[in-house]
Structure formats: structure tokens, C-alpha cells
Design a protein around this ligand. Sequence first.
Ligand code: HEC
Length: 127
Amino acid sequence: MATQQEEKSKESWKRFDAALADYQRYCQSCHGKGGRGDGSVAKWLKVPPPDLTLVSERYDGVFPAERMARVVDGREEVQEHGRREMPIWGEVLADPDEPDEEALGARIAGLVEVLRWLDEKSAPPAG
Ligand code: HEC
């Protein structure tokens, strides 16, 4: 029988897998498979997609999880900065029939975990 610990880690892998599928579907075209900003449509953008492997480096060496969640969500950011190239994921990923902030928040949190994984400095050491 699987221990509680094993069940928990299975659950979190499932969540990570779903988030990775979201990344591949929604983010990769601009940010690239490995997050380096070399996706297939990147060259058509006015603002090049930032390299997501260097996020911590840009933010004083610490991966800013909360800030990344806000940037990805985008609904607040827009008011701060006006137009941006990246879609407002807080709107795109919301279910238009049944808006559910909690489900949306979980989905964005999953994407932030993918970002953490792509980030060079916060990746867990190999092995
Ligand atoms: C249409 C191209 C495009 C797509 C698709 C896209 N992005 Fe972006 N992203 C950008 C651009 C361009 C920027 C730079 C800011 C701006 O102009 O919007 C950016 C900025 C970011 C940043 C800020 C990085 C930093 O260092 O501050 C994060 C995080 C991010 N994107 C994550 C994502 C995630 C997660 C997805 C998928 C849900 C995604 N992006 C999909 C183009 C895109």
C-alpha cells in the first residue's frame, strides 16, 4: 500500500504534469521549449519574450514566485503598465461559463512551478 507521502508526491507530479502541458500549449510558442525566448512566434513580437531560465538572476537571485503569478495572471499588471505583448492569462484561462478564481489560481500556481523548474538558479541540483 502506498504511504501518505507517496500519495502526496504522486498528486504533486500529476499537478506538475498538467501545468507542463499548459506551458507547452500556451507559453512555448513565444517563450520556447526550454524557456529561452526562442519560441516559433517570438521573432514576430515587438517585445522579445524574456529568457525564463534567468528569472532569479533578474530579480536579485531569488525566484519571485508571487510576482511571477501576478505577471502571468496579468489582470493587475495591465493597469500598472498599459499595453503588453503577452496575453492576459487570468482572462484567457478563466472558464467563461463558470468563472472560478480558486481553480484559476491553482492553474497559475502550477505554471509558476513550471517557471521555477525552468529557472536555472532555482532548479533542484541534479542527482
Ligand atoms: C504571444 C507571446 C507570449 C506568450 C504566448 C506567452 N508569453 Fe510570457 N511574455 C511575453 C512577452 C513579450 C513578455 C515581456 C513582457 C510583455 O511585453 O508582455 C513576457 C513576459 C513573461 C514573464 C515575465 C518574466 C520576467 O522576468 O519578469 C513571465 C513569467 C511569462 N511571460 C510567463 C509566461 C507564461 C507562463 C505563459 C503561458 C501561460 C506565457 N508567458 C505566454 C510573450 C508571451
